[in-house]
Design a protein. Structure first.
Length: 263
């Protein structure tokens, strides 16, 4: 009952972006598709009632989502030394580090507001370990083992403009985010996951995706992308209860996520 009372008194922040036809998506992943399959009036019950339905198709790394440890490999290996070629198939997906194996998340969450009140960061901004440490110190925010650390760049403000949000340069997105030193600073705290409001989390373009390799493959730390962190930043909520559950996609390398912050 005490937990229920705490939840009842908390303010709930929805950190997920909406899905819609034409929404931003990384060029490496398929777009979100939606169509009604039955409209009201197509069929009626004897009493005159009707129902409507629809169908969707999307990639597991489209919209607000979490990366599983099997999303990236290095030298033919997945996190933990699994041989990637032996742990995958087109029809069945992965056999290790799958999305369905990511348990529901109920953890302490921390916001690092890299954008502040100055507007979205420029596309060339690399968030180094030194810069992230300075942001945390300036907020008076401590990061502990097992935390979910969310980094605001301000790019959620571009979500309704897919071209601006993706900002593709020669076919690859360009945008701000942590560089390798920033990722190493995050992993040094033993966090559970790191997320941001951009499509790629790390500073891109980055041909070898060193941040993804370091966090997912080397460190076993999940990455969450395409978050909406504007309301948290507006209210200066830097510490909260983070709650989320990935879709249980058997064999999936990642999954859509509906994260909430309770503060």
């Amino acid at each position: 009952m005490e937990l229920l009372n705490l939840a009842r008194d908390a303010r709930v922040y929805d950190l997920a972006q909406p899905y819609y036809v034409g929404m931003p998506h990384h060029p490496s992943h398929p777009p979100y598709l939606f169509s009604m399959t039955k409209k009201h009036g197509d069929m009626h019950s004897p009493a005159g009632h009707s129902s409507a339905a629809d169908a969707i198709a999307l990639g597991s790394h489209v919209g607000t989502h979490i990366d599983g440890f099997g999303h990236f490999s290095c030298g033919g290996l997945l996190h933990g030394g699994h041989v990637a070629a032996e742990a995958q198939s087109y029809g069945g997906g992965l056999t290790v580090h799958t999305a369905e194996q990511i348990a529901p998340i109920v953890r302490r969450g921390v916001l690092l507001d890299a954008a502040g009140v100055d507007g979205p960061l420029g596309e060339d901004v690399a968030l180094t370990g030194e810069r992230l440490a300075a942001i945390a110190a300036g907020q008076g925010t401590a990061i502990g083992a097992g935390d979910v650390v969310l980094i605001r760049t301000g790019w959620a403000q571009y979500w309704e403009d897919a071209t601006r949000y993706i900002n593709a340069v020669r076919g690859a997105p360009a945008g701000p985010g942590p560089d390798l030193s920033g990722a190493q600073w995050l992993s040094s705290h033993g966090i559970f996951a790191a997320g941001s409001d951009t499509v790629a989390f790390e500073r891109v373009p980055a041909h070898d995706m060193p941040v993804h390799i370091h966090l997912l493959y080397e460190s076993g730390i999940h990455i969450i992308e395409a978050l909406d962190l504007e309301a948290l930043a507006r209210d200066r909520v830097y510490e909260f209860l983070f709650v989320a559950a990935p879709l249980k996609l058997r064999g999936g390398t990642g999954a859509p996520l509906r994260p909430l912050a309770l503060a």
